[in-house]
Design a protein around this ligand. Structure first.
Ligand code: HEM
Ligand SMILES: *[C@@H]1O[C@H](CO)[C@@H](O)[C@H](O)[C@H]1NC(C)=O
Ligand SMILES: *[C@@H]1O[C@H](CO)[C@@H](O)[C@H](O)[C@H]1NC(C)=O
Length: 193
């Protein structure tokens, strides 16, 4: 009791405040202190975090995705030969041709692989279908006859997209032209007549 009243008298003498006011102010200061503290990360805690994170990543390495086969240059092939690359043989890459250029579309197996929405294009020269935005199997051909300016433009946009996204691995040749002209890429694109 004596100690309590001594303490109160001391507080009043030093601060000029009533004990009630002193404790209210002290409580407010403590609350403010805690709020301000919570706004900053304790430097030690902050430094500790990195080793913990490093440990997690070293004990649980980031899973490496299923090996993606590197595109291999396959060179010239006929539309007939291209058909073998429709995804039915998992050891073969998925190929697709646009304007006579063959692209390895294996990275987009979900599009072109068996069961994919664009599986019909796999292993095929799809120029006409892409120009017409057609899923008709009869349009799976390099024949661009009768296409309008804007349809050819659509095809051009597809070609740019494929050139950018996929690796070109060869080009389509017709057997006849392949024998007659070896190094003329543009001529090879044309359909045999
Ligand atoms: C209802 C109509 C269609 C819808 C909603 C649709 C939707 C899509 C979507 C969401 C993608 C994925 C794009 C990406 O993630 O890169 C895609 C890709 C593609 N679409 Fe369509 N599509 C439609 C019609 C067509 C048609 C008619 C064709 C051609 C005949 C076509 C050819 C393609 C091709 C070739 C790709 C893959 C491009 C690549 O390899 O990156 N689509 N489509
Ligand atoms: C890191 O992980 C190993 C094995 O999981 C464990 O023994 C070690 O104590 C961890 N180190 C730290 C700093 O957490
Ligand atoms: C893919 O090609 C193989 C033979 O080259 C054929 O047996 C199979 O039916 C084709 N699959 C599709 C979906 O066209």
């Amino acid at each position: 009791m004596g100690l309590y009243s001594t303490a109160m008298e001391t507080i009043e003498a030093y601060t000029g405040l009533s004990p009630a006011a002193f404790f209210t102010i002290a409580a407010l200061m403590f609350v403010t202190y805690r709020i301000v503290c919570s706004m900053f990360v304790d430097p030690e805690e902050f430094n500790d975090k990195k080793p913990i994170d490093a440990n997690i990543s070293s004990t649980q390495p980031i899973p490496i995705p299923a090996p993606i086969q590197e595109p291999v240059q396959l060179g010239d092939m006929t539309e007939e030969e291209l058909r073998a690359y429709n995804g039915s043989d998992p050891s073969k890459p998925l190929l697709m041709a646009i304007k006579g250029q063959i692209y390895d579309v294996s990275p987009s197996r979900m599009f072109y692989g068996p069961g994919g929405p664009y599986a019909l294009f796999a292993g095929r020269e799809a120029s006409r279908a892409l120009a017409l935005m057609s899923f008709d199997p009869r349009d799976l051909t390099a024949d661009l006859e009768g296409l309008s300016e804007s349809e050819l433009e659509v095809l051009q946009d597809w070609e740019y997209k494929f050139m950018e996204k996929y690796v070109k691995v060869g080009q389509i040749v017709t057997e006849k032209i392949a024998v007659l002209q070896t190094d003329d890429g543009e001529a090879n694109v044309k359909k045999e007549e």
